[in-house]
Design a protein around this ligand. Structure first.
Ligand SMILES: *Cc1c(COP(=O)(O)O)cnc(C)c1O
Length: 390
């Protein structure tokens, strides 16, 4: 091991693992507040629909400047509930990017709808707006843009297409909560509040993560908000009077209590991630085999992931880093059109060459709120060393 390569302060990391994220470090900084909130819930035993749930919904609505926020059990449910509330019917087509987490398209299939796969842009990783119109058919009812890795899909153009073809827009904002979109007239909106419905996840690894499962749905439309709420609660408006078929999808009180505290720190967390991304970019500049992630002018970036594209020897680099105790992850190794579960139920709307290219080149590096420049320096020096030797 090339010890001379590092400063003395770095040396201790040789015996450490460098993980993708550090939830424990983040918890420790707010331990007192969190523990108190959890004990309050335990003391009150109001485990379902306790006051924390409502308080969190209302604080998140304020934070996002969203008229309605309805909490639910997880991000996948949020997407399903959105499609149920919009009364999408079996056979209806829903446009989704082919390079995303499977949950986006899975709920489409679950409801008997047809996912129509559209390619993504190779710089933003987000749905390629130029391709959306070619994928629209008579049966198309909705578009689900995913704000992948922490920055917005091009919402202004997506909303324009949607309004021309009379389609719903459901934003999958599981990865970019806290990021904002700037329209050409200067209007700025939080992601998740632009489409007819926005969905997010509070899975522990997300930018606003709880200590279990959680999710939420956003809308600006009172009638839709009421329907969403009914769908999350067995289709009832009044207890034991069931008007529509719904499901059971609740954020539990303990998770709401945790989230209500963490929400206060979300902007600080986003700033840490953004700062860490700038350091990565500086340190990884000029390596020919690597394409760095790009920031779009219309969006802020909250770096859910810091994802590079490695044109050659990605697997070897990943193994080399693993050997040094440095974690990295491939989000995502397969484009949806190549996934067994989707091949027979989806329709391929356009060429998916960027999605397929990205599946074989992307590599996400450790990214979290506790990342230090020293650790990033180790990671980047190892990457540079790998390419100088290979
Ligand atoms: C995490 C995630 C989901 C699903 O959220 P869960 O809370 O895990 O159900 C959906 N879409 C995207 C893009 C995600 O990253």
């Amino acid at each position: 091991m090339r010890q001379d390569f590092y400063t003395f302060a770095d040396a201790k990391h040789f015996t450490m693992n460098i993980p993708m994220l550090d939830l424990k470090g983040q918890y420790k900084r707010i331990k007192n507040e969190i523990d108190t909130a959890i004990h309050n819930v335990l003391d009150n035993t109001n485990f379902i629909n306790g006051p924390d749930v409502h308080r969190f919904e209302s604080n998140l609505a304020k934070y996002l400047d969203s008229r309605y926020v309805i909490a639910c059990a997880n991000g996948t449910d949020a997407l399903q509930i959105a499609m149920m509330a919009l009364k999408l019917q079996p056979g209806d087509e829903v446009i989704v990017p082919s390079f995303t987490y499977a949950a986006t398209a899975e709920v489409v299939g679950l409801l008997g709808l047809v996912p129509v796969l559209v390619d993504v842009d190779k710089f933003s990783f987000n749905i390629k707006v130029e391709d959306i119109e070619n994928a629209i058919s008579e049966r198309t009812k909705a578009i689900v843009p995913v704000h992948l890795f922490g920055q917005a899909a091009d919402m202004e153009r997506i909303m324009e297409i949607a309004s021309r073809y009379n389609l719903y827009v459901i934003e999958d904002n599981a990865q970019a909560l806290g990021a904002k979109y700037t329209f050409s007239d200067g209007t700025v909106k939080h992601l998740g509040t632009i489409g007819h419905i926005g969905c997010t996840s509070f899975f522990p690894t997300k930018n606003l993560g709880c200590y279990g499962d959680g999710g939420a749905i956003f809308t600006q439309d009172p009638a839709l908000a009421e329907r969403v709420r009914m769908v999350t609660d067995h289709g009832q408006r009044v207890k034991y009077y069931h008007d529509i078929i719904g499901c059971n999808s609740r954020l539990d009180t303990l998770q709401a209590a945790v989230l209500d505290i963490k929400l206060k720190y979300l902007d600080e967390y986003s700033a840490s991630r953004y700062g860490a991304a700038q350091i990565y970019k500086e340190l990884l500049e000029g390596i020919n085999e690597i394409t760095l992630p790009q920031e779009m002018t219309y969006s802020t970036h909250v770096y859910h992931q810091f994802t590079i594209q490695v044109s050659e020897k990605r697997e070897e680099l990943r193994e080399y880093l693993a050997g040094k105790g440095i974690s990295s992850m491939i989000y995502y190794p397969m484009s949806l059109n190549n996934q067994k579960a989707f091949s027979s139920i989806s329709r391929v709307g356009t060429s998916l060459k960027n999605s397929e290219m990205l599946a074989s080149t992307v590599l996400s590096l450790p990214m979290h709120t506790e990342l230090t420049p020293q650790v990033q320096k180790i990671i980047c020096e190892e990457i540079k060393f790998f390419f100088s030797e290979n």
